[in-house]
Design a protein around this ligand. Structure first.
Ligand code: ADP
Ligand code: MG
Length: 296
């Protein structure tokens, strides 16, 4: 975090599950771009950490680096990522061999990619795509167990398991996104990174899915890094919020304090640019009470 960072609550008051320190990512192109600059934060067990900032500020690049899914010309030029596993203790993710990282990914730390709902193969059934993750990561499971777990995963995100044999093209955008979330959750990871998981959806569907994610977080206890350019949305779903500007985390603060205590001018500008933010617009997602329901 730079000298200009304010309210830098990089630590969590929960048990730390993921610790990101001093991560920098450079795109090695003709004019190298430092897309992420010395990012640091901890993620607590069961916590929702929001990552906000306008398009192009480096959110996706940071998420890929944490998961080691970055590809050239992107290169991690500094930093450390430590995952504290419930069973195995501290794991240095940047030091893991590729094979170990592949096994680790999805089962401990999974990701819902930006635009993921368009990444499902349209001509392969939902069942086959969900079972594929299980075949790869849980080769010991019987066919019947795979089938049952694929159905359970779908039910969890609010899609009836009778739809398992459907194809993605038969689903709405919201339902395809639910399938992607089911897929990211199927191995019950301790951390999920969600990159703009609801951005492409209409507001009502978006709210339903967010409520579901929070309910599942309460039920299963995973932690979430929730990425979006939509700061008002983050104020409602997050425990803490990191604000990114041109590759830097410039502010990191508890969500319930950010609205009144934002200290960085950029955060204040972001908050000020959403006129709909007012004291009365409460935590409808957390409570399930939608104060604006009658408008729809
Ligand atoms: N493949 C690439 N080659 C070069 N630069 C890139 C590439 N991808 C992203 N960038 C740079 O990284 C910055 C951050 O991109 P990204 O992480 O996708 O931002 P966000 O997810 O916040 O919209 C971009 O502004 C761009 O300058
Ligand atoms: Mg992005």
């Amino acid at each position: 975090m730079s000298d200009t960072a304010v309210n830098s609550q990089i630590e969590t008051d929960r048990k730390t599950v993921l610790s990101v320190r001093d991560i920098s990512v450079v795109y090695e192109v003709d004019q190298p771009v430092e897309a992420v600059k010395h990012a640091s934060f901890d993620l607590g067990a069961g916590e929702v950490l929001g990552l906000a900032g306008e398009s192009g500020c480096g959110k996706t690049t940071l998420a890929y680096a944490i998961n080691r899914l970055h590809k050239p010309p992107a290169r991690i030029s500094s930093g450390r990522v430590v995952f504290t596993d419930r069973q195995d203790g501290d794991i240095d993710l940047l030091g893991l061999g590729d094979e170990d990282m592949r096994a680790f990914r999805w089962s401990k730390l999974s990701m819902v990619f930006q635009g993921a709902m368009n990444a499902l193969n349209p001509v392969i059934s939902i069942r086959a795509q969900l079972e594929d993750v299980l075949t790869t990561h849980r080769p010991g499971l019987s066919r019947a167990d795979r089938r049952r777990r694929a159905g359970d995963a779908l039910e969890r995100v609010g899609v009836d398991s009778t739809r398992l044999n459907s194809f993605p093209h038969e689903f709405s955008g919201g339902m395809r996104q639910r399938v992607m979330i089911a897929m990211a959750m199927i191995l019950e990871p301790q951390v999920m990174i969600m990159d703009e998981p609801t951005t492409a959806l209409d507001v009502v569907v978006q709210r339903d899915i967010l409520r579901e994610i929070l309910r599942l977080r309460d039920e299963l206890g995973f932690a979430v890094i929730f990425i979006t350019h939509d700061l008002p949305l983050l104020l409602e779903v997050s425990d803490r919020i990191a604000v990114m500007l041109q590759g830097e985390i410039v502010e990191l603060e508890r969500a319930d304090r950010l609205y009144s205590h934002a200290a960085h001018p950029y955060t204040r500008k972001l908050l000020g640019s959403f006129p709909s933010l007012s004291g009365s617009r409460g935590a409808f997602i957390r409570t399930g009470i939608d104060e604006t329901e009658e408008e729809h």
